[in-house]
Design a binder for this molecule. Structure first.
Ligand code: ADP
Length: 525
């Protein structure tokens, strides 16, 4: 009984007259006389059947979720915001060969072979930490050393407007990948054989055509010309087919260099100008200068040659336009034409192998329907995208977006720290890791540099003479240029919660633990 005289609530089940059981709570109150003597109990029965039902449902749905998580046919895992493994379901344990107890708290990078796969995983992690989901194919190394290829979908876990971790779902596609490899091996062997045979046929036909075996009648000449032309077409088709198989299986080596895309596009424009003129089309180019990308010169040339020659090929009259410009971190190349255009359903199938729209103009133009799927594969190997907008009878625009090369590949870390000696020490750590460091000794200077240099990471002291780190991080998180840059707080004071609350990605106390510093920086870059 409490001070107000409420006797503990009694919860129980009653049976209605109809026989249906209901849940009730009996709220009993003691009524006393002024001397405190109990007079009687005043009870009220409240029907809480509905509430009970809801609770039961919630319990069941939680159980069901746990059940789903545990018994899902896909591996499911949860990472914290620094990339440490928090949870694995049964399938994930099966895929990795580890029990959760063995690797809980370890970095996810433990499961990824070092090199390009690890870089890919890191990129996805950072993307998630920026709030975006990601889908990727990733090779992992099992506990027993065997490698698996997983199809991974990852997304951030939000709580009160903050990203608190990452959830991933992985499916084993190793077998499928092996089959694909087999298939593409088969295609390439067969194509090779076909190509050799065709080369021989064409060689001899051309000899006969050239009169090497004696004079030909006009009819013989006409027929053999058709044979020769069709052999060439077949060879082109097989070449395209081989190329796409090799691209898709990743067996083509790309030669990535720092490329001036302006130069590539000018060359493409120059070589196709004549074709446009011959058709009486107006050919307009508008190419910005200083468009730097990391790319394979020949392959990208091939992509843009294909897009511009398609534009010319599928435009009976009007204009073909080649435009290129920079948009934030992206180089955009748009090829626009006023040609035959594409229907909605054609646009959906456009990048599939062998697709050609069912249009008399297209049939007449000739082609294999492989050019665009090759272009797409090449652009995707450059981490780019290719899209189309079009209106039937009005024209089309093909747009390629490639990541712009803005700065050297080595990540840049901005160290904002008023104590010169400590700033130097941190910079040394950063350089030891192979990254670049810039220092700012005042908060305001730090802010200006952050906006100007757009570093990949900021380390921030909390106590500074002109403005404290908490105020500074709020400014950084408000500015569009700096909002997504991860910030590590370094402080002697224990104000981790406030730091993380304001959007810091990590918090380290001084004196700095070198190993922990490396771990944190590496996870964020
Ligand atoms: P090909 O031109 O050899 O047929 P592509 O893969 O380059 O192969 O193009 C596939 C199909 O997409 C073409 O057959 C055509 O139907 C359509 N297409 C491509 N570019 C354009 C364009 N600029 N305008 C209209 N249709 C186009």
């Amino acid at each position: 009984m409490d001070a107000k005289g409420v006797v503990k609530d009694f919860v129980g089940q009653l049976k209605r007259y109809s026989g249906i059981p209901i849940w009730v709570v009996d709220r009993a109150r003691v009524i006393r006389d002024p001397q405190g003597k109990t007079l009687y109990y005043d009870g009220s029965l409240v029907d809480i059947t509905e509430q009970k039902r809801m609770e039961e449902q919630l319990r069941l749905s939680e159980e069901r979720y746990r059940d789903l998580f545990e018994n899902a046919n896909d591996g499911i895992y949860i990472l914290d915001r620094t990339g440490r493994i928090l949870s694995l379901n049964r399938k994930a344990e099966e895929l990795t060969g580890y029990k959760l107890g063995e690797i809980r708290g370890r970095s996810y990078t433990l499961l990824v072979p070092p090199g390009p796969e690890c870089q890919k995983a890191r990129r996805a992690f950072l993307k998630n930490m920026r709030g975006e989901p990601d889908k990727n194919e990733l090779t992992i190394t099992r506990k027993d050393g065997r490698q698996l290829i997983l199809e991974l979908s990852t997304r951030p876990i939000w709580q009160n407007g903050q990203i608190v971790g990452i959830q991933g779902i992985g499916r084993d596609i190793t077998e499928r990948k092996e089959l694909e490899k087999l298939k593409s091996g088969f295609v390439s062997t067969v194509s090779h054989e076909l190509r050799t045979t065709l080369t021989s046929i064409k060689g001899y036909v051309d000899l006969v055509l050239a009169g090497d075996t004696g004079p030909l009648t006009p009819e013989q000449k006409e027929f053999l010309t058709i044979v020769s032309q069709n052999t060439s077409r077949l060879t082109a088709l097989i070449n395209d087919l081989l190329e796409i198989e090799r691209l898709e299986s990743g067996r083509i080596e790309f030669e990535f260099t720092e490329l001036n895309l302006e130069e590539v596009l000018q060359n493409v424009a120059r070589s196709l100008q004549v074709n446009a003129e011959q058709k009486g089309l107006e050919f307009v180019t508008e190419i910005a200068s200083g468009l730097k990308v990391r790319g394979d010169r020949d392959r990208l040339t091939q992509v843009f040659l294909n897009l511009v020659s398609n534009a010319i090929k599928y435009t009976p009259a009007g204009t073909v336009e080649l435009k290129a410009y920079r948009e934030d971190d992206t180089v955009v190349v748009a090829v626009r034409d006023t040609g035959i255009g594409l229907s909605e359903s054609d646009m959906r199938k456009l990048f599939q192998k062998f697709f050609r729209s069912d249009n008399p103009y297209v049939r007449k133009a000739g082609g294999t329907g492989l050019g665009l799927s090759i272009a797409k594969a090449i652009v995707e190997r450059h981490n780019g995208t290719i899209t189309v907008t079009s209106q039937l009878g009005q024209g089309s625009t093909f747009t390629v977006r490639l990541p712009a090369l803005a700065r050297p590949e080595r990540p840049l870390v901005l160290v904002i720290e008023d104590e010169v000696a400590i700033a130097r020490l941190i910079a040394t750590y950063i350089e030891k890791m192979g990254y670049r460091a810039v220092m700012a000794y005042l908060a305001r200077d730090g802010f200006d540099q952050a906006v100007r240099l757009k570093p990949d990471l900021i380390t921030l002291d909390v106590l500074m003479p002109d403005l404290d780190g908490f105020a500074l991080i709020q400014q950084l998180k408000k500015h569009p240029v700096t909002v997504n840059i991860p910030v590590i707080f370094l402080s002697i004071v224990q104000d981790k919660q406030q730091g993380l609350h304001l959007g810091a990605s990590a918090f380290l106390t001084k004196p700095i633990d070198e190993r922990k510093f490396y771990e944190t920086v590496r996870a964020l870059l």
